[in-house]
Write a protein that binds this ligand. Sequence first.
Ligand SMILES: [Zn+2]
Length: 438
Amino acid sequence: MSKKFSSVLALLALVCLVAGSFLPAAVGQTATSRSAQNAAMVSTADAVLKETSELRELSILRGVKSGAQSRTEIERMIIKNLDSDTTPAEMRATETLLKAFGLAPPEFAYRAFLIKLLTEQVAGYYDPKAQQFYLADWIEVDGQKPVMAHELTHALQDQHFNLKRFEKWPKGDADAELAAHALIEGDATLAMTLYLAKHPLIALAFIKSSQETSTEQFQQAPRALRESLLFPYQEGSAWASQVYKRGGWSMVSDAFKKLPLSTEQILHVDKYFSYEPAVKVAVPNLALALGPGWRRIDYDVNGEWGYYLVLDQFIKNVTESKRAAAGWGGDRFAIYQGRRASDVVLAQLAVWDTPADAKEFYDAYLKRSQRRYPEPDTTFSSSFTDGDARNEWKGPAGRGVMEMRGSRVVILEGIPAKADANRLLKAMWQPRPTTRKS
Ligand SMILES: [Zn+2]
């Protein structure tokens, strides 16, 4: 979903949490064992690079440097990346966003948690700037080989398709960014899967080290964060293998020129093949209408995947939530912050393929809201409207209103007592260009 994960995703372009993490080696590793380990790694990496190049059908244009890193070094890299890719204000906005959608509890500290989670889960990463890859030094060599195959696929992708261009994705385009990451990680995960299929004994060692994984932080992560971190690997590799089945590696390679445009195209490969474009949706800036002290802190796209997460957080029925999020045409949301930390307004406009798809989403979002803001603290009502449906609610978390017109749905949440809900709603409906991306 949206930008809240784009900071994660910018990092995950380089970081691979392949099949969970691995048990740390005995503490207090000596300098000698480190240099011996590095030497062993270099010769292994050369062999794995040659094999990966043949498997993935991408020639080696130049050698790839490799190195082992301790947990402390990997943690330092993660912090450095977070600090260079995101400002503290962006990190706070992301945290507010997670809470505004109800995807993280009020006490959740995003940045601190993210560092702990990634340090636990990262098994290796490829750095396009240095054109070098690193592996976690607590994994033993046979367990490392599949991770190498994954990282070296990134090195080959970089040599042929330039991965640096994915590092600075335009803001406000998180759904397309997540789709691009699903291509990059899905490709590398598929290559690793083929490598494992060729080497049953290595696969056993790999599975064993995966089972010894510490998943403490991962298990504690808010579900939406956990699932979004896995999306590029799980949904991405499912997508890549369908593309591979249809057109072999050359079709996967072509996808770097014809990028998947949305998570919808990742979730439904036919929509990638038909290249169904998303509707570009704009929403007005409501900061002025909300009153003094209000400012817009985020503006982004949920996409089909984001809406699935938002719905299922409260509906808790994967089939139902997936069905409701399907038929997505395009969307845009904005988050506003008032003077107090609890002053948060969420404004969304979602466009669906057909009025029936819109209705399905509308009903599901209402159900999700009734569960998020339970009665009797919050009261729900349906109200008169010029459109097809309107529902409102009022409770300790402020007021909410949602309205459907044809294939479009507008939702406002967290409206403060003083604000004029009808005026805000009207502003959201004011016509502005919604165009099909070509
Ligand atoms: Zn990767």
